[in-house]
Design a protein around this ligand. Structure first.
Ligand code: LMR
Length: 302
């Protein structure tokens, strides 16, 4: 998707593709295939296994490389296996990437992996980092649109609070369909319960059916999220961001998905949203889970 121009339409790009040493032959093979695609906008393809070499002077980073979860696992069970990857990659970004690099963490558990990368990149601003919650937002929009019998484009914003996990919180309280409250079309309790649970479990459902975790939908939402980091959207959207200046009372040293918007050319947490008691209770649970995840990898925070 990146090579075919979905990320920066009409701009030349240099792709630097990082793999682990065990898969160095596969990444060479991928490079050959990308060359054979003869994409008009791909000016350079570099592959390798050393982030300190591959991250040199990069403008954007998609941190997707991590051990994926299998059937029956929760994403947080990957913390010990994947935490070291994000420590090293955070250090490499800090030392060799451009000083205004933008980083999207996709590898799971993405919120806490993003926190690890932030802590290991002290010369970069935490605002340059985000974790993916666009996939959950897209899942919620698709489920809600189907239930309401409308197209996704007819829905206004739907946002995700918290962790990319089975505690995430779908917020459609202020969502409208062509200007009318969503609650005129679907039942509020369906939104708070069934819909929320379906989004929470969608990743696991895909793994059960496919035998592998999501790929196409994760890729599409990653490109969409990176474009959002460049402030290309004039809407309210979901993004996992560092919580240090959040106005909602969430622990400040977490990467937490909030409703965000673009403010003077950079993304910011959307202020002043009214949150129902029912949603607030769920938001506190997802916050607690992220605090527990942080405690489990405290040694990687430097
Ligand atoms: C997803 O939500 O599909 C991905 O985060 C993969 C997973 O483990 O669920």
């Amino acid at each position: 998707m990146v090579a075919s121009g979905m990320l920066f339409p009409g701009r030349k790009i240099a792709l630097h593709l990082l793999e682990i040493p065990e898969f160095s032959a596969q990444i060479e093979g991928l490079k050959m295939e990308l060359e054979d695609c003869a994409f008009l906008d791909v000016a350079e393809i570099k592959v390798g296994t050393d982030p300190f070499e591959l991250f040199r002077d990069i403008d954007v980073a998609f941190l997707v490389g991590a051990k994926p979860r299998g059937p029956g696992m929760e994403r947080k069970e990957l913390l010990q296996a994947n935490g070291n990857i994000f420590q090293k990659q955070g250090q490499a970004l800090d030392q060799v990437a451009k000083k205004d690099v933008r980083v999207l963490v996709v590898g799971n558990p993405c919120n806490t992996n993003c926190l690890i990368a932030i802590h290991n990149a002290p010369s970069l601003s935490p605002k340059q980092f985000a974790s993916l919650s666009t996939l959950d937002e897209n899942r919620a929009k698709s489920i809600i649109a189907k239930k309401a019998g409308v197209m996704v484009e007819n829905l206004s914003h739907v946002t995700i609070w918290g962790n990319h996990s089975s505690t995430l919180v779908v917020d459609a309280d202020a969502t409208t369909i062509e200007g009318k409250p969503l609650q005129n079309f679907v039942d509020q309790q369906w939104l708070y319960n069934d819909c929320n649970q379906r989004v929470q479990q969608r990743g696991a459902e895909i793994i059960k059916i496919r035998g592998k975790s999501s790929a196409a939908s994760a890729a599409r939402s990653s490109v969409q999220a990176m474009r959002r980091l460049f402030c290309e959207e004039d809407t309210i959207f979901s993004m996992g961001v560092y919580a240090d200046d959040n106005p909602y009372g969430i622990d400040k040293d977490l990467v937490f998905s909030f409703p965000c918007h673009c403010n003077n050319g950079s993304i910011a947490i959307y202020p002043d949203l009214r949150i129902s008691q029912e949603l607030l209770q769920k938001i506190k649970l997802t916050e607690r889970e992220l605090i527990e995840e942080r405690a489990a990898i405290q040694h990687l925070l430097g």
